[in-house]
Design a protein around this ligand. Structure first.
Ligand code: HEM
Ligand SMILES: *[C@@H]1O[C@H](CO)[C@@H](O)[C@H](O)[C@H]1NC(C)=O
Ligand SMILES: *[C@@H]1O[C@H](CO)[C@@H](O)[C@H](O)[C@H]1NC(C)=O
Ligand SMILES: *[C@@H]1O[C@H](CO)[C@@H](O)[C@H](O)[C@H]1NC(C)=O
Ligand SMILES: *[C@@H]1O[C@H](CO)[C@@H](O)[C@H](O)[C@H]1NC(C)=O
Ligand SMILES: CC(=O)N[C@H]1CO[C@H](CO)[C@@H](O)[C@@H]1O
Length: 326
């Protein structure tokens, strides 16, 4: 290659840096500023999740809800104030858990390296470590996210897909975040662990089209069982329903098997079989080795973890995750 070629590549590389903006995370971002950061997070997860295994799912979901509103910037953690209704107080967040877990990790990191590790990175690292604790894959989490200074309830409603979503709504809301159909299928696979509450799906059991009917895309025997044993009334908001009964604490392929058997709990789960593209992909995952799901899930988590991130001098490093610095 001639000189011109090298210069050309350098120019292109330079333009590439500009056009990709500052939004670049990197591995081991805290290597010098807080070398033990990732270890502190991992130790905390390993020490405390085994005592409260159901929290693992909550922590993974927190990362999803954070990334889908204003990017992965910990806006999900901010408390409402007298003048602001924060994301946390929006309906989709009613059932979010794990806020105090993140706060406790943050306290440990503040004690070690004050003002250095962002709440947004803590959520991403905790989510990864929580997947590992439940038997799922591990991956390297690019870090360097900064915390946002805005959190609005109204934005949660427009960005987080409701459980009643059909395929095109899911495709659009994921597409808005730069996530494709493969990511949609893979990330929905997180429903292989964790819990739900009746109001998230009881329309499928009791009154699907306003005629007191069931959702025909839900297995009838399963619906009957849920009505008899779990959601005795559509508005019961205290009973906990496992999304992947049988292996609800294990990160495996069982969720996809249920979806193919028309036993996915939400319309959004069932919707994944209404597109031939996503249905074929689910079938491929179910028939493939577990490791393939693990590798691809990890790639999609890394991708989701980069959505709309703030880096450089954008945002701030919050002192307390629930409060924007004053
Ligand atoms: C595809 C669109 C999605 C919809 C419509 C959806 C909806 C829901 C709903 C309604 C619940 C149960 C809330 C309740 O009733 O308590 C839930 C739980 C959960 N979701 Fe999703 N979700 C989606 C995607 C995701 C993604 C991308 C992830 C993570 C990568 C995720 C992880 C979880 C986890 C782990 C739980 C269990 C939480 C717990 O046990 O506290 N979900 N989801
Ligand atoms: C944020 O709100 C939660 C729940 O209301 C509360 O327990 C917590 O102490 C608050 N955090 C701060 C820093 O005000
Ligand atoms: C999907 O749901 C949206 C929002 O409820 C609705 O506007 C749209 O018509 C639905 N699409 C299909 C194909 O049913
Ligand atoms: C079912 O929905 C329809 C229309 O929204 C409503 O009129 C009816 O009262 C509901 N039935 C039950 C049993 O909730
Ligand atoms: C649960 O339902 C009860 C009774 O309908 C209601 O008072 C309460 O606010 C609900 N709780 C949540 C968290 O929605
Ligand atoms: C934990 C939390 O903030 N829950 C809120 C979720 O949204 C509802 C309805 O907007 C609020 O009433 C809850 O306080």
């Amino acid at each position: 290659m001639g000189r011109f070629g090298y210069v050309g590549i350098m120019v292109l590389g330079f333009l590439g840096l500009i056009s990709s903006g500052e939004a670049q995370l990197k591995l081991n971002y805290y290597a010098t500023s807080c070398p033990k950061a990732e270890e502190i997070v991992l130790d905390y997860v390993n020490k405390h999740i085994p005592n409260a295994p159901s929290l693992a799912a909550a922590l993974i979901r927190l990362h999803f809800h954070d990334c889908f509103v204003r990017g992965c910037d910990a806006s999900i953690l901010v408390n409402s104030t007298s003048s602001n209704r924060a994301e946390k107080s929006a309906a989709p967040n009613l059932t979010l858990r794990g806020f105090d877990f993140i706060d406790r990790v943050k306290s440990l990191l503040e004690a070690k390296c004050p003002g250095v590790v962002s709440c947004a990175d803590i959520i991403a690292l905790v989510a990864r470590d929580a997947v590992v604790v439940t038997g799922g894959p591990s991956w390297s989490v690019p870090t360097g996210r900064r915390d946002g200074i805005v959190s609005k309830a109204s934005e949660a409603l427009t960005n987080i897909p409701p459980p009643t979503s059909n395929f095109s709504t899911l495709q659009t809301l994921f597409g808005n975040k730069g996530l494709d159909l493969k990511d949609l299928v893979l990330l929905s696979g997180a429903h292989t662990i964790g819990v739900s509450h009746c109001p998230s799906f009881s329309n499928r059991l009791y009154n699907f089209t306003g005629k007191g009917d069931e959702d025909p895309s839900l297995d009838h025997a399963y619906a009957t069982n849920l009505k008899a044993r779990k959601c005795k009334t559509p508005t019961d908001n205290t009973t906990i329903v496992l999304m992947d009964p049988g292996s609800s604490r294990t990160f495996d392929l069982h969720y996809y098997e249920l979806v193919l058997k028309r036993r996915g709990l939400f319309q959004s789960d069932a919707a994944l079989t209404t597109s031939s593209t996503t249905k074929a992909y689910i079938t491929e995952l179910v028939n493939g080795p577990l490791q393939t799901f693990f590798d691809e899930f990890a790639q999609s988590m890394i991708k989701m973890g980069q959505v709309g991130v703030k880096t450089g001098s954008a945002g701030e490093i919050r002192k307390q995750c629930a409060v924007i610095n004053s």
